[in-house]
Write a protein that binds this ligand. Sequence first.
Ligand code: ATP
Ligand code: MG
Length: 541
Amino acid sequence: MADNFIHDIIEKDLETKKYGDKVCTRFPPEPNGYLHIGHAKSICLNFSTAAKYGGKCNLRYDDTNPVKEDVEYVDSIEEDVRWLGFQWDKRLWASDYFDTMYEAAVELIKKGKAFVCDLNGDEIKEYRGTLKEPGKESPYRNRSVEENLRLFEEMKEGKYKDGEKVLRAKIDMASPNINMRDPIIYRIAHVSHHNTKDKWCIYPMYDFAHPIEDAIEGITHSICTLEFEDHRPLYDWVLKEVGWWSAPPQQIEFARLNLTNTVMSKRYLKAMVEEGVVEGWDDPRMPTIAGIRRRGYTPEAVRNFCEAIGVAKANSTVDISLLEHCVREDLKEKVESRNVVFDPVKVIITNYPEDKTELCEIENNVQVPEMGTRQVSFSRELWIDGADFMEEPPKKYFRLFPGNEVRLKGAYFITCTDFVKNDDGSIKEIHCTYDPETRSGSGFEGRKVKGTIHFVDAKNAVPVTIRQYDYLYKENEAGEMASNPETVKISTAYAEAKAAEAEKGERFQFFRHGYFVADAKLHEKDAPVFNEIVGLKSSWK
Ligand code: ATP
Ligand code: MG
């Protein structure tokens, strides 16, 4: 069953056998930066569409612009696509087709459909006209085929400087679509290319190269974002005029992903890396796939998110809380919990023997009993969250305060009898008594308490570094995106001993706090570092 308009198109094409039984898509990144969550939408769409119809999806590097590209990015792109759970059929480079593209350009010249133009960049812009006014034909438009062939060859031979000449398609300077007003299809650039080195000093423009890349690979449905809708007539024109392919691919546009509180363009992300605003492309605050992976998001969550937002024909902005919701939903029944105490304060159980320690059973995941239990130790001195004690509680505060009784999750009921302050007014220690009758699992039903808090045994607590993040960009009062000055909060928390056994990249729910991951780079067993993945509560409606 078709579940979006792209699948509708494909199913009609399969019915009419437009491409026989074939469905072939491609994901065509330009290797000029790391992939971001917007690319994930395109990756999921292209790969899962091919899979749905028994077709294939290529990974093709769109490396026709030699200036901005770097092989450094290639490895990251492949790692990211694999991490998302997809495997390409072929891995290809657009630059491998430069010969064919050159021949296609010669073909157009021979047909009188392309000409060498000597106007400079500014003049071309001026001649192009506007949305309201038609353009003006270039004075070089009527060069003979022979002259054009000779000049184009000379361009290729390196006889001219950058910008001195260009090859333009000869279409229609009065077209209401500006892209059809004799667009440039080849330009001179005396730069070495990572793949073809110094073989070429002329390079094809995207609008000319892309349809040819698709056609050579036998792509049937060339899915791209909405900005290219106005380029589709040119895409079709190139394939028709070159004329080598009997069932040329078709371009289909969909709305790109925009997210609240998120800047996605590679250009901006690159600037943040270069200016040191973030620690790198894989900084956990970055919307790059490398960043969200290090942040602890799962590939399943990202795929579910891409499915949930669907594929539309109109641009919109998705609330980032939906992505966070998908992460939380995915982790909820997958990860074990750990007791970790933030902003720790000491609790002394005054009626508990000094040298005694007992072990309490705690569920690894309250929602999934099959995940079993683990043991945490309990003794006379414990740590609890600073936020779980108040000297003078407001109404409806059910946690610890003088005279109040709470349940320690997995252990006993304790009652606060007293507390001691430091000179600076902060809490030094809280004195409590415990009721031995109330041990968890003993079936005690004598009385109920309203609050349950968690604890960590001070005897074997492990200090861990906690890194919590905020959005790099936030909407300001005027409703504009503005960079957020404070985006990382680093603190030390105390964790139950077992938390220190975490492997790099392992995820947990820190009970009552949120989901956390052992940082892939900074975490060490003798110096644990955890990133906050996402909080427990959803703000998504
Ligand atoms: P950016 O504008 O962020 O620099 P780009 O479009 O230049 O990205 P490419 O490497 O050219 O990046 O993109 C590869 C593919 O990913 C293209 O097909 C493009 O349409 C798609 N893509 C890029 N950004 C998004 C997005 N935000 N949502 C959906 N698809 C996207
Ligand atoms: Mg691009």
